[in-house]
Write a protein that binds this ligand. Structure first.
Ligand code: ATP
Length: 436
């Protein structure tokens, strides 16, 4: 059964080295996290799974990596300077701050219960501002991007000209974004520094409805294919009053978090808003000339926008399980092999010198292809438990018989079944089980 309490995952993440509170030796830095040895591998796997589906397995999406810092002109054009704000209210009794649109009852303080104690809502801009160069002041102001999307819009013509693509085609990017969130929280679900995976998919305007539907379904399916049960996911269309200033329609892929349904990814129909805004503000032509029809037009944009960290939290929550093996309780992460930090663990039965060279050789061989852990501490039972808890799909055990018969044991995480295979066939056997 998936985790029912966020603490199950928070504790496991800390205990096993997935996620640590930031600056912990200085008392921590609120709602900020560092990813440890396993967490950073898993984040990388989430990114790679996304790039694989969105870029590698199709011929109409190109990857870029744009700058995080940008001049105010970009965000003036995009509307972020004027519109990217949340309504902030303070409780005059307990001094706590809230996002007005997150309150279940806009009259009652969820912290102290006071009624009618809120200040008027103020629009609080979420962008982090800083200064480039040694002099603070006008002209040196820069912003840290609050989304990766603008990097794709300002490079639309560059990519169009250098790639020889034509709509429908997309530009994708994975990278950090920054938002001065009023109420960060729920572990890595909402932080001020986070990572996004976004694609701006440019289409002829007449095809935008069909591509919007296509991307809603494709993005929902991505999470299912990576192991989240479909009944923990839903696609929810925004009501008209929820829509962003640029959007003609948005649907969220939502996940059933322990605290209820929450956004995992948004798919927005951005029309030609962004390209037109940037064309107007920059004075550049940001459109497409279709030679087949002799027509010039500004493409419409469908944007699937996901969060790397939020996705990682959902994958962990869904994969969490507790069961019993041989009368002993075990915690297990039933992660999809593509997401698991390690694909295989090589475990010599003993630390004895006689076993080490063979175990090391197997580790090196498999390491050519996969991220592999090597562990020769503690009892074999404890080592299996540890690998189960960090989601390693397969263990390879090397024992004294291996020296004689040239075979090793593959043990599967989910079923705990063990099979003995010739060491010469290990890689083929492992590939068959992992699926890649
Ligand atoms: P929310 O309503 O939860 O604030 P949003 O609608 O503002 O999210 P988008 O602007 O659509 O979010 O961003 C796309 C994705 O980026 C989100 O679905 C989420 O996965 C991720 N994301 C956005 N803000 C954060 C954050 N503060 N921390 C972690 N991930 C985030």
């Amino acid at each position: 059964m998936p985790a029912t309490d966020l603490d199950q995952i928070v504790n496991l993440c800390k205990r096993r080295g997935f996620v640590y509170p930031s600056a912990e030796i200085y008392g921590g830095f609120r709602s900020s996290y560092d990813y440890g040895p396993l967490g950073s591998l898993m984040l990388r796997n989430v990114r790679e799974a996304w790039i694989r589906t969105m870029v590698q397995q199709r011929d109409d999406v190109l990857l870029i990596d744009a700058a995080i810092l940008a001049p105010p002109a970009v965000f003036e054009a995009s509307g972020h300077l004027a519109n990217f704000s949340d309504p902030l209210v303070d409780c005059t009794k307990c001094k706590q701050r809230f996002r007005e649109d997150h309150l279940t009852d806009p009259n009652v303080c969820p912290n102290c219960g006071a009624v009618g104690s809120f200040t008027e809502a103020r629009a609080f801009n979420l962008m982090f501002k800083t200064y480039a160069g040694p002099v603070e002041g006008l002209g040196a102001e820069v912003y840290m991007r609050p989304e990766t999307a603008q990097g794709m819009f300002v490079n639309f013509v560059n990519v169009l000209q250098t790639s020889r693509k034509k709509p429908p085609f997309g530009i994708a990017q994975v990278g950090k974004s920054f938002r001065n969130e009023i109420t960060p929280g729920n572990f890595i679900f909402r932080t001020r520094e986070f990572e996004q995976m976004e694609c701006e998919f440019f289409v002829p305007p007449a095809e935008s409805a069909q591509w919007y539907e296509y991307w809603c379904n494709a993005r929902f399916q991505w999470y299912v294919d990576l192991g989240i049960p479909a009944d923990m996911l839903r696609l929810r269309a925004h009501d008209a009053d929820e829509l962003s200033h640029y959007s003609a329609g948005t649907s969220d892929v939502e996940f059933m978090y322990p605290w209820g349904w929450g956004e995992l990814e948004g798919i927005a129909q951005r029309t030609d808003y962004d390209l037109k805004q940037h064309a107007q503000h920059s004075g550049q032509k940001l459109d497409f000339f279709d030679q087949a029809t002799n027509e010039r037009y500004v493409p419409y944009v469908i944007e699937p926008a996901a969060g790397v960290n939020r996705a990682m939290a959902a994958f962990l929550l869904a994969a969490y399980d507790e069961d019993e093996v041989g009368g002993e309780a075990r915690t297990i992460l039933r992660l999809h092999p593509r997401l698991a930090p390690y694909k295989v663990a090589v475990l010599p039965l003993s630390k004895k010198d006689t076993l080490t060279p063979l175990a090391r050789e197997i580790f090196r061989g498999l390491g050519e292809r996969y991220m592999v852990d090597y562990d020769d501490t503690q009892s074999i039972g404890k080592r299996y438990r540890r690998q189960d808890e960090i989601g390693t799909p397969l263990c390879v055990t090397v024992d004294f018989d291996s020296l004689e018969d040239g075979a090793a044991t593959i043990r599967e995480r989910d079923t705990t079944t063990q099979v003995r295979v010739p060491i010469a066939d290990l890689e083929t056997e492992i590939r068959a089980r992992l699926g890649f």
